[in-house]
Ligand binder design. Sequence first.
Ligand code: SF4
Length: 412
Amino acid sequence: MKAYIVSLGCPKNLVDTEGLMTQLAKMGHFFTSEPKEAELILVNTCAFLQSAKQEAIDTIKKLAQWKKKGQCRYLIAAGCLPQRYKHKCPELLPEADAFIGVPQKFSPEPKTQNLEPRIKATPPWFAYVKIAEGCNNNCAYCVVPMIRGKLRTRKIKDIMSEVKLLANSGVKEIIYVAQDTTVYPNFPSLLRKTCRIRGVKWVRVMYAHPAHISNKLIRVMAAEKKIVKYLDLPIQHVNDRILKLMKRRYLRLELEKLISRIRREIPSLALRTSVIVGFPGEGEAEFNELLAFIKQVKFSRLGVFTYSREPGTPAYKMRGQVSGRTKQARLDRIMRAQARVSWEQNQKMIGTTIETIIERSAQGGYIGRTAMDAPDIDGTILVRSTKTLKPGQIVSVRVKKAKTYDLIGCLT
Ligand code: SF4
């Protein structure tokens, strides 16, 4: 059967989508990029936030048109939405023919890992590798533990087999993902082993929980050349009362010490973070503390979210819910402050040389992504070149100009 697949949400969900695609291919199905010619349409959903739930419903309802106008015989909703809203799904989405929750095991399963690589939905030169599933942190605003369950970690040898297969198939950048990667037992050793695999050129760590960063991890990140000098460290807030309400397991002082330690050991590191504005109880004073922190600490990259009131979480019932308008205004203020920080940080890059992976051709050269940028969420670099470069090629680029989020450079 011809299948059309949509993956919503984050890279962790994309890994699940790749697992579903691998299973479908094994069953003899193949894929199309045209929904109108698909006999099977599968949407792997995200339902982490109310906005994601709505996006999933809208996407499925829109694709339902191909049951009338196209070849579609089966429309399937998979992933977080059916897992979270098990009983409500048939009512929410009468257009769908089946609902599949989140995978209970990791895919691909260890046995298959030794035989063939999984299907990948990312470009050939990078792959997300999930090292754990579920989460025990129980942050007060988060539904992930309800949807994905308790923490389960993969065996190191299974992860290594997968990485070897990926490297043999041409993947150069391994991006480790999990709800909280740093909770993985002996994570520094996993990183070190990954660096020893031939073919792997870059190793990237996403979703590092500030409470779980050890000195050993920082030392390994500093020492291993293949580990890109980039860390995704979601802090969420800095006000102690809000951090306690959020159940984030650290306070401002510990965060400050951690960030100084990381920067002392790895001065060239690009630090990415994300924050939530409008958590219940966040007044002007708490928000201003967060804003001042962002201006002062100057993260290289920053994502900001408005708090989403999720049924079933402890924060749902908390007093002091913040209005939608205030949340949006606070988000805008953080974004404006970060735009200035980002511009300043990028200006400092002018004249430096930076490893870049070429992604596609563009007018006047190529669009690339530096080692300090993660796919899809961070910036790009325009590489001016008269030489022919191939997508996936890693080159050294001297930065010539800088915009707020993107850079322009040329080959050294
Ligand atoms: S660490 Fe992340 S996934 Fe786990 S409960 Fe907190 S916010 Fe949710």
